[in-house]
Design a binder for this molecule. Structure first.
Ligand code: AMP
Ligand code: GLY
Length: 429
């Protein structure tokens, strides 16, 4: 089969890495891909958001399945457009994509179907919003309604910070139209976990759990990022918690999709807070998580293409999915300055010194021609984004995987590189 992956980050590298192992995959393309993906797939210079460009490529090249990685093309309706062009795609349609592109849409869904989540209120008027500053006390959780690359959530500790965030999001529109509406939530405490689920419209099947680290600095300090590292499985999961998640969250979610006419097919990413009162939904995303995928897929034993085809063809209930008992830890190396401004084009060295059984997933990287003064001619890998690499190690124990990941991170360097030293440690809120 000919497969096209849309996107060019660590998540797409992990999906490409896993699909490349399938005997049924004859040819793998990625649009636009990155320097790491280029080693296992043919990268084509089409942006992930270029829906028309992707549709023509899929048609012209007789692609059997297009796998959409990031949220933006999904929210633009790429799956609907591909279907109209007669091409199969893995990912939810535009209507379902609102579960990520509008936080208010998801909060309404959760409330309507009695799924545990934080109390909330929506605002579209900046003055009304400011009059309600502190409605749920502090810390105050302030979210831009729309897509903001994982950075649209501010946890304000006091009134001054809350007003500043409201001015930035709703007044200055630092996230553009995503800030036309704000959702304010109760602050939840506990330990976060991510559960990615395959959904075929009728059946929902969770993958192995993971934990993400959203803030930039150790000890969960500093602004939110797209995710600075993950591990899988979550250290706090047991049969009781899994049962609660199934009964209180997964079952009402799939029933809610059916009641609301949401024909969700693809991956539903559920961000959870495991609080003292049980699991509560923090957010839904409509795709594989980044970097969760980099620690979850290396543990999957089943052919990912079989699962994706089962989802698209609504046969998920008959599909077995097997997992390795090994533990995975993924540490993200980011550019200096991220999640704020950062420079690109820094030479990455040490990639060849990584242990053979450690996987280096590329996020923001690019291949460039070495300059003429280089000792050996050829190409070099340089930084090309905020999150640059995800280093994933597997181990028989969580501790072994963690140690191995950090040993290998230490061998890789680029100017300004930053990474958290506490990935894999529990950080209760
Ligand atoms: P979101 O993009 O909605 O997942 O939010 C990003 C991050 O902000 C989450 O992973 C949490 O760490 C934090 N967060 C979001 N909502 C809440 C909440 N209601 N209470 C506490 N922390 C939250
Ligand atoms: N790691 C969080 C996300 O993918 O949104």
């Amino acid at each position: 089969m000919k497969i096209l992956i849309v996107g060019g980050g660590g998540r797409e590298h992990a999906i490409a890495w896993k699909l490349a192992q399938s005997r049924k995959v004859d040819k793998l393309y990625c649009a636009p891909g990155n320097a790491g993906i280029a080693e296992i797939a043919e990268c084509v210079a089409i942006k992930a958001e270029d829906v028309a460009g992707i549709c023509s490529f899929a048609k012209e090249n007789k692609i059997n399945l297009t796998v959409v990685g990031p949220e933006v093309p999904l929210s633009l309706g790429i799956v609907d457009a591909l279907a109209e062009a007669g091409s199969k795609a893995f990912g939810p349609n535009r209507k379902c994509a609102q579960l990520e592109s509008s936080k208010a849409f998801t909060k309404g869904f959760l409330a309507r179907h009695g799924i545990p989540t934080a109390g909330y209120k929506e605002f579209t008027d900046i003055d009304a919003m400011k009059k309600s500053v502190g409605i749920f006390g502090y810390p105050m959780v302030i979210k831009a309604d729309g897509l903001a690359a994982g950075k649209g959530v501010v946890i304000a500790e006091n009134e001054a910070d809350a007003v500043k965030a409201i001015d930035e999001i709703m007044g200055e529109k630092i996230f553009g139209a995503a800030g036309d509406k704000i959702v304010v939530e109760e602050f939840l405490t506990g330990i976060e976990a991510s559960v990615l689920c395959f959904v075929d419209g009728k059946t929902i099947v969770p993958m192995e759990s993971a934990q993400d680290y959203k803030r930039i600095f150790d000890g969960d300090k500093g602004p939110n990022t797209g995710g600075m590292g993950t591990y899988s499985p979550s250290l706090i999961f047991d049969d009781v918690l899994e049962g609660q998640i199934r009964n209180q969250i997964l079952v009402p979610t799939i029933r809610g999709f059916q009641k609301d006419g949401l024909d969700f097919k693809g991956v539903l990413f559920i961000g959870l807070m495991i609080s003292e009162e049980g699991p509560k939904v923090i957010e839904f995303n409509n795709r594989f998580g980044d970097p969760e995928t980099q620690s979850v897929l290396p543990r999957m034993k089943t052919d990912l293409l079989d699962i994706m085809n089962a989802v698209v063809e609504e046969r998920l209930a008959e599909q077995t999915i097997e997992w390795s008992d090994r533990k995975a830890v993924c540490v993200v190396m980011a550019s200096g300055g991220y999640p704020g401004d950062y420079e690109k084009g820094k030479l990455i060295s040490g990639l060849e010194d990584v242990d053979e059984d450690v996987i280096v997933f590329h996020s923001g990287t690019k291949l460039v021609k070495k300059d003429d003064s280089a000792a050996e001619p050829g190409q070099a890998v340089v930084t090309d984004g905020g999150r640059v690499l995800g280093i994933t190690a597997l181990g028989d124990t969580h501790e072994e995987a963690r140690k191995k990941a950090y040993q290998n991170v230490a061998r890789i360097s680029f100017e300004g590189a930053q990474y958290r030293k506490d990935i894999g440690l529990l950080n209760p809120k």
